[in-house]
Design a protein around this ligand. Sequence first.
Ligand code: ADP
Ligand code: MG
Ligand code: MG
Ligand code: MG
Length: 401
Amino acid sequence: TQTHSYKELNERSVLSYLEDKRLLTDKEKASCKEVGDGNLNYVFIVKDEVTGKTIVAKQALPYAKVVGESWPLSLERARIEASSLKHAAKTVPDLVPEVYGSDEDYALTVMEDLSDFTILRKGLIEGETYPHLADHVGRFLAQTLFSASDEALGPVEKKKLAKQFINPDLCDITEKLVFSDPYYNADTNSFPEELREDVEALWQNSGLKFEVAKLKKKFLTEGETLLHGDLHTGSIFVTNEETKVIDPEFAFFGPAGFDAGAFLANLFLNYLAQNERQTDEQKKQASRQYLLKTAVKTWEVFEKQYRDLLKKKGIDEQSRTDEYADYLLDKIRTDAIGFAGCKVIRRIIGLAHVEDVDGIENEEGRLRVQRKALELGQELILKRNTFTSISELVTWIGGDQ
Ligand code: ADP
Ligand code: MG
Ligand code: MG
Ligand code: MG
């Protein structure tokens, strides 16, 4: 096959490209708009005026803009993102955008347009609730995490698959921004001066830092299964009926609890933020209860389906016993709670914050949420071994925060 060298596309050149690839009828009868935030990737929404259909073309940029500098990032992540979406489509085709084409040279993925969906983070900030979210995310986690595991594939096929998802640059971002930088006075950190005392106390908590070091070691070494790698509420598109997981450019073989931890952390951050965002007491209680219930139900769906998959599709007798399922799910849950704690803390101290918290207009209120989040994050990390279920964890959060 002929290879082409990478070129950064724009709203015009992407139309020529798509016409060449026969993904567009006529570039003169098409419109295009770039909607990404432009820090890492371009996201072009293209309308074919002949067919009336729209598609999305996402192109990876060779660098990320970080604290005024440029952080070089392998373009391979576009191949990894497209491969991850295609892999997920084998078990959960309804929960990911359909991929129409991908191009390694251009670091481009052409996929289903989801403009009719809302980004979950935005919906949750507005106090919306989504009745099927827990069912969908629970099933996404069970199916995707099981399908790439040793218990599903056997060790040889699993390693062959894992070879396609070696993702050093993107893992390095997580290693630094989630597990390292928030725990010392790193340049990448970003937090208000009012939090300095709380943050410095955290930096001096050697017990906490030891536990974070252990969680980081898990992230570095435990290639249990193919992860999404960035499953926060900004990577999930929702409507009242449907859910679509996008943006798996951080995909790699890592510890199975990592994705669930990211999702739980973002529910908990929104839960803490609602306390200051929602002024109507009844609506506040309703949305906070919804968030905690969603956390519990997501886990219940995940756990039940994961157990069923192990029992029905486990590769050998050893992986099909109840004892083994108990052992694995305890491990995944404990890890997930710890990772959730790290994810909460990085959103307060680290480089990339979340709108749920930072968008709180009242400064006092925002600081209250940030302090609660720092407290919660630390407790999640330190107490992760003491909770025997997510229901127990959530009861504790609901009573305490
Ligand atoms: P990044 O990796 O740069 O964060 P994302 O894949 O998360 O890129 O996409 C960034 C934004 O582009 C999303 O928040 C969403 O607004 C828009 N977007 C991405 N994919 C689609 C899609 N398939 N359909 C419609 N909009 C999309
Ligand atoms: Mg972005
Ligand atoms: Mg991304
Ligand atoms: Mg994204």
